[in-house]
Design a protein around this ligand. Structure first.
Ligand SMILES: Cc1cc2nc3c(=O)[nH]c(=O)nc-3n(C[C@H](O)[C@H](O)[C@H](O)COP(=O)(O)OP(=O)(O)OC[C@H]3O[C@@H](n4cnc5c(N)ncnc54)[C@H](O)[C@@H]3O)c2cc1C
Length: 165
């Protein structure tokens, strides 16, 4: 179950908390929990932001999380920042009108793509993190049968929908 928003984060109880959450999991998981250094462990709340109406103003543009902060569940936040960077560089190199025009073209190419990934990650995050515990349980059950094919296919699909291929 997700913890309530704003739960207090106390490093001194991380190990006990995690041991509780992962009770009954395999021994390597328990060993990992006991070996983690709570003072070097960062606990972050998972969130994203709604799609912004625009990413650029004049000669200023947003890139990466500043433009489209994403739930981490698809492993796509950093990837989208790299896609932004590639497209931004290309629009700057290829444009002989103005920097402002390049940035607008960058925004036009990237905004819908990033918004789509943010929504997909949000959907996955809901399933992974127990918004509906039954769906989450089912997801873990399905995962037990997974041989990796579906995961690779999904990763390929995400990459092929972007500019990095
Ligand atoms: C738990 C977790 C797992 C993740 N897993 C993945 C993954 O598997 N794959 C993936 O692609 N992405 C993943 N991400 C997302 C990824 O980390 C981010 O999307 C990515 O780091 C965004 O890069 P960024 O450069 O936009 O922002 P950041 O990495 O946040 O960089 C912004 C930088 O600006 C600096 N800064 C802030 N304010 C100022 C200021 N006023 N002046 C100067 N500097 C400032 C900050 O210190 C920081 O260094 C994950 C994120 C989390 C939290």
């Amino acid at each position: 179950m997700p913890l309530p928003k704003g739960s207090v984060s106390k490093p001194e109880i991380y190990r006990d908390e995690l041991a509780g959450f992962f009770k009954g999991w395999a021994n390597p998981v328990q060993t990992l929990i006991q070996r983690l250094d709570p003072l070097r462990t960062n606990r972050v709340e998972i969130h994203d932001v709604e799609a912004l109406p625009y990413w650029t103003k004049g000669r200023v543009a947003l890139l990466g999380d500043a433009g489209h902060s994403t739930a981490p569940d698809l492993g796509q936040g950093g990837c989208q920042a790299m896609e932004d960077a590639l497209v931004l560089a290309n629009t700057l190199v290829a444009n002989n009108i103005s920097v402002e025009d390049s940035l607008k073209r960058y925004e036009m190419i990237r905004k819908d793509r990033a918004a789509d990934v943010v929504l997909k990650a949000r959907k996955r995050s809901d399933v992974t993190h127990g918004k509906d515990p039954e769906k989450t349980q089912q997801w873990y059950e399905d995962l037990k049968q997974e041989d990796g094919t579906e995961i690779i296919n999904a990763i390929c699909k995400t990459i092929l929908a972007g500019p990095l291929h």
